[in-house]
Design a binder for this molecule. Structure first.
Ligand code: SF4
Ligand code: SF4
Length: 226
């Protein structure tokens, strides 16, 4: 099911343009406090991610410093080779084109033996994100947009739950914060306060029909079983 918004909202870099939402973004929940999670092994990063070409160029512009930080040669960062994934035209991404981040062997668990090249291979978290934080750089200028908006996703003008929630593959799905509430600040960053205000109203009416509280995050969080 898709709900039309009162108007289309264009993201700050010109794409995407959103005019619909899947109301499940207000009801599906997940752990949400990613760096406090003790059981997920960052598994949402195991397939790598789409990256818009302006963001790729921003990373290449700091390649010497980032190469040293990652200890990974820049030629192994992305799948731009036409023999691999290549660079794909996509008007819904800023800049109109995207590729994928590379996936490399990373033994994190029996089920999880590869991951995005930018994921910390020993500890936790995205090294693009940490690199930016440590240098007081705005994360939005370096990290792929889809990673910042996760677990919201978008296609064909609609914001909806990421595919992993559709297929029950997100290990942290369950008790926690709703998808929308967890990244509402990023919705504001990309699409503005007016869109967030409209989504707040749609959220309230959606939850009222289900008799659920707004911002349904006051539920027990999952703990590591030992
Ligand atoms: S979204 Fe889930 S799987 Fe991904 S880092 Fe956060 S808690 Fe872990
Ligand atoms: S770029 Fe960062 S957040 Fe995105 S998939 Fe790779 S490690 Fe995860």
């Amino acid at each position: 099911m898709s709900l039309m918004l009162s108007r289309a909202y264009t993201a700050r870099d010109g794409a995407p343009v959103i005019d619909r939402i899947d109301p499940r973004i207000f009801t599906l929940t997940y752990f949400g406090h990613c760096m406090a999670c003790e059981f997920c092994e960052d598994s949402c990063c195991r397939f790598g991610a789409d990256i818009e070409m302006p963001k790729l160029r921003a990373l290449e512009a700091i390649a010497p410093e980032l190469e040293a930080y990652l200890n990974v040669d820049r030629k192994h960062w992305f799948r731009t080779d036409p023999e691999d994934f290549g660079v794909i035209p996509e008007p819904e991404y800023p800049g109109g084109e995207y590729t994928r981040t590379s996936v490399v062997p990373q033994v994190r668990s029996e089920q999880f033996e590869e991951a995005c090249v930018f994921l910390d291979p020993i500890g936790r978290g995205c090294r693009i994100h940490r690199f930016a934080l440590e240098r007081n750089i705005d994360v939005h200028t370096l990290k792929p947009m889809v990673c910042i908006l996760f677990p919201l996703c978008y296609a064909d003008g609609e914001i909806h739950p990421a595919l992993e929630l559709e297929t029950d593959e997100l290990v942290c799905q369950g008790p926690g914060v709703t998808l929308y509430r967890s990244v509402r600040d990023e919705v504001i960053y990309y699409f503005g306060l007016e869109m967030a205000a409209e989504l707040d109203r749609v959220e309230a009416s959606t939850l009222a029909t289900l008799d659920l509280p707004v911002a349904s995050s006051m539920v027990p969080l999952p703990m590591r079983s030992s």
